[in-house]
Design a protein around this ligand. Structure first.
Ligand code: GLN
Length: 409
């Protein structure tokens, strides 16, 4: 028996890994780019490798140059004077940072509320640390046809309120949201904030897609709402911001009483993060403003998104048009495949979406991620109607994929 149930089974990223799919299958599955980080950032990485100091351990808090660069970016956004010694922590990717928060704060039996669908790592990271995940639905619009906005996925404040018990320790917020692409509005975050304050809860706000928000929509940080800095830890990522997902450079910021035990946890998990790539990330952040990098990048991503949405429009299948992140949920309930198709072992026994995604990858030549993985086992059927397509790819690749996907008609 697996101690943590599904969390120790083969994960969705491994099943739909390019290694398991035909070489000519276009990969719109796991969210990573098929282009390099900007050259001025990779040059900074090469330069760092040429110095002795950057090839060795960093302080577990992160390299000072990166903490300073993070301070520069976030001080103005947060209207704070972040303390680089006490309020900023560099982690080995956002994922490790979140894990360290759970390790630092969860006691056995503590409940952690997450909105469902949720990024799959939350579930395992919570249960591995003795926590109990509690799911609050993010409801898709009813009877949606064709294109609808990620904004139409809604939480019900009453459902959130009734999920809170005396054992609730924390709420996980994820905006922009993976896999829905929803960018939570200020009003929605205020509902969450009010309940967090009323019940004295911590908030872990995963904002790794914060630089990828489209159509002029505002990214609101829950940490900036009244009384929320005191109970919020915010998560960020170089991987998403600089097209460098394999660098595993992420960070957290929040009040000292959250960061101090989290630092202790991260020091035990990884000791410190990758040194040369922290230096390069620092250079990246130092220069984003003068290069208008995030603004340009966002426009590029919006164009990439629109290649796929145009294709989905022509298919006439319902889909979520994301306001942020780089994912599109396509309703695949009308996509047909033969029951006796030669599915691999890893896909058999999983939801219909696992089979549909496998079939689409092999027969149409475009991979995607089955969305039931972003639901708990009890609610997997809700996710089974969706496949998640990532558009963090160059335009030619997306156009090629769109051409192939026309066959879904
Ligand atoms: N964030 C990436 C995605 O959603 C996956 C990260 C991971 O593999 N754990 O595609």
């Amino acid at each position: 028996r697996l101690k943590h149930g599904r969390a120790l089974a083969e994960d969705v990223w491994s099943i739909y890994n390019v290694a398991n799919l035909p070489a000519d299958c276009i990969n719109l599955g796991q969210g990573y780019m098929n282009f390099a980080p900007p050259e001025w950032v990779t040059n900074a990485a090469k330069e760092a490798l040429g110095t002795v100091a950057a090839n060795h351990y960093s302080h577990p808090k992160g390299r000072m140059r990166l903490r300073q660069a993070l301070k520069k970016v976030y001080d103005s956004q947060l209207k704070r004077d972040l303390d680089v010694e006490k309020e900023i922590l560099v982690t080995s990717g956002a994922n490790e940072g979140q894990y360290a928060v759970f390790t630092a704060f969860l006691e056995p039996g503590d409940e952690v509320i997450m909105f469902e669908p949720f990024f799959d790592q939350y579930l395992a990271s919570v249960t591995f640390n003795g926590g109990i995940p509690i799911y609050v639905p993010l409801h898709p619009p009813v009877n949606a046809t064709g294109k609808f906005s990620s904004d139409e996925w809604k939480i019900n404040p009453e459902e959130l309120r009734s999920a809170i018990t005396p054992r609730t320790k924390m709420i996980i917020v994820n905006t922009p949201h993976n896999p829905v692409g929803k960018v939570f509005t200020r009003a929605e975050l205020e509902v969450i904030a009010t309940l967090a304050k009323e019940h004295n809860l911590l908030v872990m706000s995963d904002e790794v897609y914060d630089t990828l928000v489209f159509d002029g929509k505002e990214h609101v940080r829950i940490a900036t709402l009244p009384g929320m800095w005191e109970r919020t830890v915010t998560v960020g990522s170089a991987g998403k911001s600089f097209a460098a997902t394999g660098w595993r450079v992420g960070w957290l910021f929040g009040p000292e009483y959250i960061m101090r035990p989290t630092l202790a946890a991260t020091t035990r998990i990884v000791f410190c993060s990758n040194s040369p790539l922290q230096e390069a990330t620092a250079v990246g952040l130092e220069q984003v403003q003068e290069r208008k990098f995030f603004r340009t990048q966002t426009a590029q991503y919006a164009e990439r998104r629109d290649v796929l949405t145009k294709c989905f429009d022509s298919l006439g299948l319902p889909y979520t048009n994301p306001e942020g992140s780089y994912f599109i949920l396509l309703d695949i309930s009308r996509v047909r495949f033969p029951d006796d198709y030669p599915f691999p072992e890893s896909v058999l026994g999983r939801g219909r979406d696992f089979k549909a995604c496998w079939f689409i990858a092999i027969e149409i030549g475009v991979s995607s991620i089955p969305v039931s993985e972003f639901y708990c086992i009890e609610h997997a059927n809700i996710g089974e109607v969706y496949a998640r397509f990532a558009f963090c790819k160059d335009l030619d690749t997306l156009r090629h994929a769109a051409k192939r996907l026309e066959k879904l008609k």
